[in-house]
Design a protein around this ligand. Structure first.
Ligand SMILES: Nc1ncnc2c1ncn2[C@@H]1O[C@H](COP(=O)(O)OP(=O)(O)OP(=O)(O)O)[C@@H](O)[C@H]1O
Ligand SMILES: [Mg+2]
Length: 506
């Protein structure tokens, strides 16, 4: 296949330490023209760090990088971009208040004099959209877009810069199944035209479907190189985690109790003032897991914001144990005993400028357990946070490390750990395992099952049908803000749920 050609990227013996934490240890990594190379590894294995070094975000402590045979010292993303390298970050870097077109033009302004060539830029953008099938309104403000749409903007931004090497850090984590097959079509066109792609993902089926080669990292080292055609999902999972992980979870039969979380007659508008949620009624009982499946952008975002007390519905109410949530007051949801796991961990879930410890007690720093005569009890807090770090296997230098230093998957664990620590009566979990490696995903699934055995009422909002089917007692589907149908999990078939998700009622 590709080995006869010279690599476009050759990274030799790359080492990078953050204080005494070795994120990359003597890593060799090659990328060939026209290939899609998957980079796999557990949360915190060093994937993002390695690619950040290639892209010039970080300097490595040791090692050399060659692009098309020429030794380079990338010291800023600007140099990398000039050499045709594009990177789509795990957490997007768009300016929310600006339009799609403005975001794409940032940093490429080749205007005539003081005036930007907006017309030329728009024409070029439209041509790219046409060619790669990435439809999106150039004039839409980025803050009004769903995460999936924002990613399209990121891809267009890279194509606009005419990259020959594209790094994609978990590009499918935020996409719906149909969007993923669209993305794969786009990626295939890109490599057919001779570009090369580094594809980071925790979804092993996708890695099998799209990549030519797989490089597996563990604890900052390369542990394996495979041709995709010569490996399997099971083997890749074992290589990543170092143990067998794809065991099936056992869901115990638990008696369901009284209704705990009641969503009654909710109607709501989205940020564009369009109807996003219509006459929505759902009830979740004690010890029940209700899976709400649906393709993202069908009202889930608005529904979750209402449940979290962050958005006012135009009518209807949410009750927890019979008490109505005060619309528009997030503190009311917390007071009523709701654990909130948002899909957007960087935006609403965590404060990345604070430490891991501060994030873990963010919502209960006023609780009597941690305060005495108004003073925070540091020892108590440390004990509490250390136990969470251990229980959830959060990879961090310690409780006082800045949250922003954690890998994406470990940030997610911080949020889930915090929310589940307080023995909540109800749990609203939106895409709780997005971005987690197979081992960590299994851990969170176990925890949610345990919480339901303890008595929590759980609303699980997820696009991942495997997740929905594994955990749920009952499955409902949301489509264009409406509930298409609801069925006990043991009576549900994938075909039926899939049809409901695409708006077909039988
Ligand atoms: N800026 C930083 N400061 C301190 N430590 C960091 C920094 N960036 C990364 N690390 C640490 O380096 C290790 C590797 O992180 P990296 O983000 O590369 O992991 P990853 O393989 O991308 O994981 P994930 O799948 O969770 O995204 C982690 O332990 C992380 O905490
Ligand atoms: Mg990462």
């Amino acid at each position: 296949m590709t080995d006869v050609q010279a690599p476009v990227v050759r990274m030799c013996s790359i080492t990078k330490y953050f204080l005494d934490l070795g994120a990359n240890k003597s890593i060799d990594f090659d990328l060939y023209p026209g290939e899609i190379c998957a980079l796999l590894g557990e949360n915190g294995a060093g994937k993002t760090t390695l690619m950040n070094i290639l892209f010039g975000y970080y300097a490595c402590d040791e090692g050399e990088i060659f692009i098309n045979g020429e030794r380079i010292l990338p010291s800023a993303p600007r140099d990398a971009i000039a050499r045709g390298i594009g990177m789509i970050q795990q957490h997007f870097a768009l300016v929310p208040s600006q339009t799609v077109l403005e975001n794409i033009m940032i940093g490429t302004e080749t205007g005539k004099g003081l005036f930007l060539d907006v017309k030329g830029a728009r024409a070029k953008l439209l041509r790219l959209q046409e060619r790669f099938g990435l439809q999106i309104d150039p004039e839409a403000k980025v803050w009004t877009l769903s995460v999936g749409e924002q990613q399209k903007v990121e891809i267009l931004k890279a194509l606009y810069r005419d990259v020959s090497i594209l790094i994609m850090d978990e590009p499918t984590a935020v996409l719906a199944p149909a969007e993923i097959s669209e993305l794969f079509k786009t990626l295939r066109i890109l490599v057919q035209e001779g570009r090369s792609i580094v594809f980071i993902s925790h979804k092993l089926n996708e890695v099998m479907a799209i990549s030519d080669r797989v490089v597996v990292l563990r604890n900052g080292r390369v542990v394996s190189l495979k041709r995709t055609a010569e490996t399997s999902v099971r083997e890749l999972a074992n290589l990543m985690v170092g143990r067998d992980v794809l065991e099936r979870l056992v869901k115990k039969k638990v008696e369901q109790g009284r209704p705990v979380l009641e969503i009654a007659g909710i109607n709501a508008l989205n940020d564009k003032r369009l109807k996003a949620v219509r006459d929505l009624n759902l009830t979740v009982r004690q010890s029940e897991i209700l899976g709400l499946a649906g393709i993202s952008g069908n009202g889930q975002k608005e529904l979750v914001e209402i449940l979290f007390g962050m958005r006012k519905p135009s009518s209807g109410e949410v009750r927890i144990d019979g008490v109505a949530l005060e619309a528009g007051h997030p503190s009311s949801a917390i007071r009523l005993g709701m654990a909130r796991i948002p899909e957007d961990r960087m935006g609403t879930g965590l404060m990345t400028d604070l430490t891991v410890e501060e994030n873990l007690i963010l919502e209960d720093h006023n609780s009597p357990e941690f305060r005495r005569w108004g003073v925070l009890n540091a020892r108590k807090i440390r004990q509490f946070t250390d136990s969470l770090i251990r229980a959830f296997d959060i990879k961090t230098a310690g409780g006082d490390a800045a949250a922003r230093s954690l890998s994406g998957g470990n940030l997610q664990k911080v949020m889930v750990a915090r929310e589940l620590a307080g023995r909540p009566a109800a749990i609203v979990a939106s895409q709780p395992t997005r971005g987690l490696d197979v081992g960590a995903m299994e851990n969170i699934h176990q925890r949610l099952l345990k919480e339901s055995e303890r008595g929590a009422a759980i609303l699980l909002i997820s696009e991942d049908l495997d997740e929905v089917f594994t955990l749920s007692d009952r499955i409902a589907v949301i489509y264009e803000g409406e509930i298409m149908g609801e069925v006990p999990a043991h009576e549900a078939s994938r075909e039926k749920i899939g049809l409901w998700m695409s708006g077909v009622r039988q």
